[in-house]
Design a protein around this ligand. Structure first.
Ligand SMILES: C[S@@+](CC[C@H](N)C(=O)[O-])C[C@H]1O[C@@H](n2cnc3c(N)ncnc32)[C@H](O)[C@@H]1O
Length: 328
């Protein structure tokens, strides 16, 4: 794919970007908008984001003590949702230790994974570390104890991660959520590690959706589930309004974001940050296509639910237990 011209459609915003630069570009976009991302999300979705998150929360199947991964976690909203489930507040707060009781901390080290921990395309992150964490310091799900629920959030935008860290630090879940710099296409975790692996509004941003889903499926334990919440293809009666919105309202936000980009990076960007949003819609497979890809990477059964007329879809794929034939 290196150097291939990749056409992204966005009405009059249609632009060519060099595909191999997509990862770097996407990261710059999110670095630029990180400090306003949450507010813009609420504004641009007229608050519907809360409803979409609520539906996702009801679908994780997570229980206290389990392990979850938030892929491309951004500002950590899904990490927080899942932390509330795996470590309800009474468990998230440090528990008073009974005299003589065993320590509650789980320390399990996993061997570094082959081929992982590589430098991520696009240079040095602002945090100063240029490499992805090399090993999964996460116990396999089967060894987790009830009080050891844990969520890992991974993202390659240092500025989005910084916002997530600040936000999480203000909650009782700071000891439950571990936020790391890393690439969704090369998850630095052992196979079959997590009970639930979720991603929100990130798939259209990755350079290879199938690879991202394959990685999510790989690190999910048998019987666990993969959740994808993503903008999707609305029903025809909504499609017109949807396109009008993305072509006319979102570009206004784009102008503001473009000015910020120029101030931050000292140059004009070929595709202003919020122009990426309508452009990225072209990257989204249809609900059926996405379900098919999830099946092809080994998840079964796969279901999806249209939310708000298909503006957003939630896909859920289960990782089969060896020899399992029943449905979930
Ligand atoms: C639209 S934001 C979504 C953030 C968050 N999941 C949410 O639901 O609000 C997309 C995120 O994907 C991240 N991202 C895109 N490609 C990535 C990759 N290959 N590896 C890690 N993070 C990636 C971006 O940095 C950004 O934070």
């Amino acid at each position: 794919m290196a150097g291939r011209k990749h056409r992204v459609a966005g009405g009059r915003d249609s632009l060519d970007v060099v595909h191999s630069d997509k990862a770097r570009y996407v990261r710059q976009v999110f670095d630029t908008i990180a400090d306003r991302y949450d507010r813009m999300n609420v504004l641009m979705t007229a608050g519907l984001i809360y409803y979409w998150h609520w539906v996702l929360a009801r679908s994780t199947g997570l229980r206290p003590g389990q392990q979850a991964l938030d892929v491309a976690c951004g500002t950590g909203e899904l990490s927080l949702i899942m932390a509330r489930q795996v470590a309800p507040v009474r468990l998230a707060a440090p528990l008073p230790r009974r005299p003589g009781a065993a320590p509650t901390a789980v320390t399990v080290s996993s061997p570094p994974l082959q081929g992982r921990g590589q430098r991520i395309e696009g240079g040095t992150p602002a945090t100063g570390s240029a490499t992805v964490a090399t090993a999964a310091a996460v116990p396999p799900a089967s060894t987790a104890t009830l009080s050891q629920g844990r969520v890992i959030g991974i993202d390659f935008s240092p500025d989005m991660l910084a916002v997530a860290r600040e936000k999480v630090a203000r909650t009782p879940y700071r000891s439950v959520i571990d936020l790391r710099y890393g690439d969704a296409l090369r998850l630095p975790f052992a196979d079959c590690t997590f009970d639930c692996v979720a991603t929100g509004f990130a798939l259209r941003n990755v350079t290879d959706i199938r690879q991202a889903l394959a990685e999510m499926a790989r690190v999910t334990r048998p019987g666990g589930r993969v959740l994808c919440l993503e903008l999707s293809h609305p029903t025809p009666w909504l499609a017109g309004a949807y396109l009008l919105y993305f072509r006319h309202v979102v570009p206004l936000l784009g102008r503001w974001a473009a000015r910020r980009f120029e101030r931050q990076f000292g140059r004009e960007h070929p595709l202003p940050p919020y122009a990426w949003l309508p452009a990225s819609l072209a990257e989204i497979p249809s609900q059926e296509e996405l379900a098919k890809i999830m099946q092809e990477v080994g998840l079964s059964p796969v279901r999806y639910r249209n939310l708000t007329g298909g503006v957003v879809a939630l896909h859920i794929g289960f990782k089969p237990e060896p020899g399992a034939t029943g449905s979930y």
